[in-house]
Design a protein around this ligand. Structure first.
Ligand code: ADP
Length: 542
């Protein structure tokens, strides 16, 4: 017997329509690409999103068409999120930090008919345009006065385009499973693969982001997502902010410590979200200038493991609660959050940090399990580690156009490529990416564990640990580290520091110092590049 409740579709347009009606005056503040701080609100964003939908309709855009974006976090990008998905099209956020050939591949694979471009990226599309024959127009996200002088013949001005519409438009109703957005994974191996979200998956994910044990987004918040809107939909924050009526503060292109700090203070930011690399810059700036955060109460750190020293600095030095989160593009992206439980309230600060260091517990809606190489489930004892599998209503069922083949098993489990433990309280801890673990004499050494300890060594700002071939042990760990400017930390200092916490067989065989480490387009350490570079490295122990 089926229940007797209305089967109203869960649509992305309902989020902005709700925000406009119930939180119409709540601000969206952006550091604009043109320069000044720009202020708008949910009512205006809804109006302008509708105008964009009208304008795209007038250009002949049909439901299901992919519309690309090459843009920073800003109000026009928010309008595009809602306008494009709201009209039944697919908002394809393109990561501008990818290699140009990868961008061309992605745009052609997605068959984007129009691309909305921030001023910053006009030179990029100028260079690529010849390789993008199917793109009918590049809509530059600015007004007539700021339109660039360009030889490109397919340029359209965003403000002029939407300025011709009246906004008298009702968001259409359609099947909630309709595709809404497309985001390609950075593809450190092989070609990037498209993750295709639906209206339904996005709305369900937003409910989760708004729960207290999700990211706790609510109307009291002023949220600064440093995580880009071209990276897993800025972790779903623009949608969740609209669902809850939270103020949004958008950093635009300026992600250095000073710019982020100034926005946080000026706009009463209570919650921020970003990858560790960004927080490293922010903490560095705040420490150097002797500043405090006057309104920020919590920050979400994800995308890579948050090092202990970073969590300690936020919590102990600045009184900012850290929500360590784990997920992936294929998961919309939220999977786990590292919030403490009631029973943890009397633990010492150090014990609480131990818990926060783990990637956290599954949010409602995400099933997790760890399995061995044969697929047998492993115990949740905090010790056994294995491949981490997930399933749930906002987790991919397959990549766009079937790339990568079948990616879920018959029970819908998706292999995350991560290796993890699960403890009896449900806290998951990533021990490594399956391709990054160091296999030394039959034992596995977690590259992440060694990295986390290494960045805690005074004088080290960033460290990568990779496996280097070894004649006796197969592979042994090598630390590649960046020093604090002017610091005289040595190889011996690092090894000595690691001896305090690591077992002897886990200690690196060598430490090398470099000026800079390579990162992926999403700010993660690019270990494939390091492995290539150091494959013939001669370890002193070899
Ligand atoms: P990419 O485009 O680089 O694949 P994703 O965000 O999809 O970007 O990457 C997801 C992966 O990032 C996860 O599978 C995991 O390996 C890593 N990751 C994300 N959050 C964390 C975290 N809190 N701690 C450790 N690793 C993380």
């Amino acid at each position: 017997m089926l229940g007797l409740v209305q089967d109203r579709p869960l649509l992305i347009s309902s989020l902005i329509e709700y925000a406009s009606l119930y939180h119409g005056d709540v601000e969206i503040v952006s550091r604009s690409v043109e320069g000044p701080i720009h202020r708008t609100n949910y009512r205006e964003v809804n109006q302008r999103a509708k105008k964009l939908a009208q304008a795209l309709g007038r250009l002949g855009v049909q439901p299901g068409e992919r519309i690309g974006t090459l843009a920073w976090n800003g109000y026009r990008h928010v309008e595009i999120y809602f306008g494009v998905s709201g009209m039944g099209c697919v908002c394809h956020t393109i990561n501008p930090r990818l290699f140009p050939e990868q961008i061309a591949y992605i745009v052609n694979h997605a068959e984007d008919s129009y691309i909305l471009v921030d001023l910053t990226f006009v030179p990029l599309v100028e260079a690529l345009a010849d390789h993008l024959p199917n793109v009918k127009g590049f809509i530059v996200m600015t007004d007539e006065a700021h339109m660039p002088d360009s030889k490109l013949d397919r340029l359209i001005c965003y403000e002029t385009l939407i300025g011709a519409e009246d906004g008298d438009y009702a968001w259409p109703d359609f099947d909630e499973n309709t595709a809404s957005s497309l985001c390609y994974t950075s593809g450190t191996t092989g070609n990037p693969k498209g993750v295709l979200y639906s209206n339904r998956s996005t709305v369900l994910h937003s409910f989760c982001v708004c729960t207290n044990d999700g990211l706790g987004v609510c109307n009291q918040d002023s949220i600064l997502p440093v995580v880009p809107m071209f990276h897993a939909n800025a972790w779903g924050i623009p949608y969740a902010a609209a669902m809850s009526g939270a103020k949004m503060v958008m950093p635009g292109a300026a992600m250095d410590g000073q710019s982020i700090y100034e926005l946080m203070e000026a706009e009463g930011v209570t919650l921020s979200a970003g990858v560790p690399t960004v927080w490293l810059m922010l903490l560095g700036y705040v420490k150097e200038k002797g500043l405090k955060f006057s309104t920020m109460t919590r920050t979400v750190i994800g995308g890579s493991a948050a090092p202990r020293s970073m969590i300690e600095a936020f919590v102990n030095d600045y009184g900012v609660n850290v929500v360590h989160a784990w997920g992936m593009t294929e998961m919309s992206p939220l999977g786990t959050t590292g919030n403490l439980l009631k029973k943890h309230q009397d633990l010492s600060e150090a014990e609480k940090i131990d818990i926060r260091l783990k990637q956290g517990r599954a949010v409602y809606g995400v099933d997790l399990k760890i399995v061995d190489d044969e697929g047998t489930e492993l115990p949740r004892d905090g010790k056994a580690f294995g491949r981490l599998l997930v399933r749930g209503p906002w987790i991919t069922s397959g990549y766009f156009k079937g790339e990568g083949g079948q990616v879920i098993d018959e029970d819908m489990w998706f292999d995350t490529g991560d290796v993890a433990t699960l403890d009896p309280d449900g806290y998951m801890q990533i021990t490594d990416r399956s391709k990054d673990v160091i296999k030394s004499g039959g034992e596995w050494i977690s590259s992440i564990d060694v990295e986390n300890e290494a960045v805690g060594c005074p004088g080290i700002v960033e460290a990568a640990v990779i496996a280097v071939p070894h004649p006796k042990w197969d592979e042994r760990p090598l630390v590649i580290a960046v020093k604090e400017p002017g610091h005289s930390v040595t190889r011996e200092d690092v090894i000595h520091h690691l001896e305090k916490t690591l077992a002897k067989w886990q200690l690196p065989d060598d430490v090398v110092f470099v000026d800079e480490l390579p990162h992926t387009a999403t700010g993660k350490l690019l270990k494939t590049k390091l492995r290539d570079e150091y494959q013939n490295y001669k370890l002193p122990t070899a």
